[in-house]
Design a protein around this ligand. Structure first.
Ligand code: DX5
Ligand code: ZN
Length: 226
């Protein structure tokens, strides 16, 4: 299976999201990563279900919605109805994570759990068999364009081992934060299979070409591990 690329529109021009989506799709994007921030769980505010609904109308690929909000249970249904195909929730805000995962599955979306950089892999232990994917944060969430935290590579390998030990080999590991042409090969070698990239895609040359280059670099690491 090849590595999948999920450009984060957080670094795109919010006045031209349709064009941003079209550009990364031409570059071979597998998903559109949508960062939802509430100003409580993270110190930034972005977008909500109405924008997801509009994106759903124009995007050809599935929408991967990352909820950086204090009370995800209250909003998952709205995001699923708006057209999210994947929804990830932070373990740090969910005392009843197992129940939340069941609720996501009942809504027929792929259920993901996110770990902040300071959250131990052991926080996943009791739900490792229940997740469709795990999102490893390789920066502290809230802003695009931050520097990759090197410890994250080892964490990806630890999450892979935990999922495998739970018999959940189909669950994919996604990684988010500071992913570029340098960090992509190392996280792929550690087991990451969905790469989120905002700054690297939207803040350099053309988003189309940046997406294509990231795909090529990531997939090369599958063939020739770093
Ligand atoms: C950070 C967001 C990320 C962000 C990644 O809080 O979850 O998805 O857009 O951006 P880059 O790739 O710029 O680190
Ligand atoms: Zn994100």
């Amino acid at each position: 299976m090849s590595v999948q690329i999920a450009p984060s529109i957080l670094s795109a021009d919010f006045a031209a999201l349709g064009a941003a989506v079209a550009a990364v799709e031409r570059g071979g994007a597998d998903f559109i990563h949508v960062d939802v921030m509430d100003g409580h769980f993270v110190p930034n505010i972005t977008i909500g279900p109405p924008v997801v609904k509009s994106l759903r109308r124009v995007a050809k690929v599935p929408l991967d919605v990352h909820l950086m909000i204090a009370d995800p249970d209250r909003y998952i249904e709205a995001f699923a109805s708006a057209g999210a195909s994947m929804i990830s929730v932070h373990v740090e805000v969910l005392p009843h994570l197992h129940r939340t995962l069941q609720a996501l599955k009942a809504l027929s979306v792929k259920a993901g759990v996110v770990l902040n950089p300071s959250t131990p892999v052991s926080a996943l232990e009791q739900v490792a068999g229940d997740v469709d994917f795990v999102l490893v944060m390789s920066v502290n969430p809230g802003f695009g364009g931050q520097q990759f935290i090197p410890r994250s590579t080892r964490k990806v390998a630890e999450v892979r081992a935990l999922l495998d030990a739970a018999g959940n080999r189909d669950a994919l590991i996604e990684i988010d934060g500071g992913i570029d042409l340098t960090t992509a090969p190392q996280v792929v070698a550690a087991g990451a299979r969905i790469l989120v990239a905002g700054h690297a895609v939207f803040s350099g040359g053309t988003p189309e070409q940046a997406t294509r280059q990231l795909r090529e670099k990531a997939n090369a690491a599958l063939v020739a591990p770093q």
